[in-house]
Design a protein around this ligand. Structure first.
Ligand SMILES: Cc1cc2nc3c(=O)[nH]c(=O)nc-3n(C[C@H](O)[C@H](O)[C@H](O)COP(=O)(O)OP(=O)(O)OC[C@H]3O[C@@H](n4cnc5c(N)ncnc54)[C@H](O)[C@@H]3O)c2cc1C
Length: 344
């Protein structure tokens, strides 16, 4: 069994904060190093907060179902409003699911009654409060990796002069979201991570809609209720350069036309705002969650793509289990190992 003295987690997004919670549960000491001076500036603070378990990939579905169970038990802000999905193609696992019409009435999908929504910002804030009490978050630490003889020996702060020396018993987890693209490039690790920008649009919820999320995979559009707002995307993926923070959202007029066509509640006159962020994903769309195969004390928790909120708590529990010296739990966990990237 490998003894881990301290785990340094790079990044305080949903991945890093969930991992901190999971490590506390297995009694491992940790410290989060976060580049920015606050949380929520990237995908974890800007996403749609939809928790969905419908997945064609059985590995992803497994962790999405586990995560849903965690949120239902532990997340006070989780709203079990249900989700209507019209999948790409016939999925026999949905055969017995109830059919439900979309609000436009032209079409219908399958109802997943236990799926729902949460406020991404509220989840992050709750996890951060727990993290501050349980281990610690060091803000303003833009971590660079120093390797000697296949081992991480130090973390350097690109934003300051701090230099954190590591003992051989320390582990480092890259949970840096889009920052993982830069970490992978610096390490010359061929992880095949790609970043896509996605826009979210906010509309006034003029009818007070509180019903299910409506998700049409054929048109790549969804919307959810979020109190006084309806949050929607028209799905188009916009390729984006690696490691560049997205801080300026621009309306794509075609998105508004598509959303108005898909959902009668999303008339352009009700548009109140918009935001954008990056989805960072590996070529096979499965997150990296496991030990690096070349650098001994390095681990990855990255490439959560468009499912980070729906997967992070369960994946974090699995990663904490491995950091505690255990083998990956079953075949699903083994398939999240970064070593599969060599095949891409
Ligand atoms: C438009 C959009 C909508 C989405 N909607 C949903 C949804 O409804 N449901 C769902 O499940 N998922 C959704 N997602 C996906 C989800 O938001 C992401 O998968 C998830 O937030 C990624 O979390 P993360 O912690 O890996 O990365 P991030 O949120 O990017 O966090 C990484 C953190 O690492 C820090 N960092 C970066 N570099 C360094 C460094 N060198 N040193 C230290 N810290 C560093 C960053 O500052 C940041 O705080 C959506 C994504 C997008 C773009």
């Amino acid at each position: 069994m490998r003894y881990v003295f301290m785990v340094y987690i790079l990044g305080a997004g949903i991945a890093g904060l969930s991992l901190a919670t999971a490590l506390s549960r297995v009694g491992i000491r940790w410290c989060i190093l976060e580049k920015e001076h606050e949380i929520g500036l990237y995908a974890s603070g800007k996403n749609a907060g939809i928790i969905r378990t419908y997945e064609t990939d059985p590995v992803i579905r497994h962790y999405a179902e586990q995560t849903l169970a965690i949120y239902r038990a532990e997340e006070p802000g989780f709203t079990e409003c249900g989700l209507i999905i019209k999948p790409w193609d016939i999925d026999y696992s949905l055969e017995n699911a109830e059919r439900r019409a979309f609000t436009h009435g032209r079409d219908e999908g399958y109802l997943l009654p236990q799926n729902g929504t949460l406020s991404a910002k509220a989840v992050l804030a709750r996890l951060l409060a727990a993290a501050k009490a349980g281990g610690g978050v060091s803000f303003g630490f833009d971590a660079d990796l120093e390797i000697h003889e296949s081992r991480l020996v130090a973390l350097k702060n690109k934003a300051g002069n701090d230099n954190l020396s590591l003992t051989p018993a320390d582990a480092v987890v890259i949970a840096s979201g889009e920052g993982a693209l830069q970490h992978a490039a610096a390490l010359r690790r061929p992880l095949g991570l790609v970043a896509h920008r996605r826009n979210l649009y906010e509309y006034a919820n003029v009818t007070g809609y509180t019903g299910p999320v409506e998700w049409n995979e054929e048109t790549s559009c969804y919307f959810r209720a979020d109190g006084k707002l309806l949050v929607a995307t028209a799905g188009e993926q916009i390729p984006h350069g690696a490691g560049v923070a997205v801080d300026k959202a621009e309306v794509v007029p075609q998105h508004l036309v598509t959303l108005a066509r898909e959902y009668p509640l999303l008339a352009e006159r009700n548009l109140t705002g918009w935001r954008t962020c990056l989805r960072v994903m590996p070529a096979d769309n499965r997150p990296y969650c496991g030990a690096d195969t070349q650098v001994k004390n390095l681990w990855w928790f990255a490439g959560l793509g468009g499912r980070g909120m729906s997967l992070a708590p369960a994946l974090a529990a699995e990663l904490a289990h491995q950091l505690a010296g255990n083998q990956p739990t079953g075949n699903f966990a083994a398939q999240l190992s970064p070593d599969r990237a060599e095949l891409f």
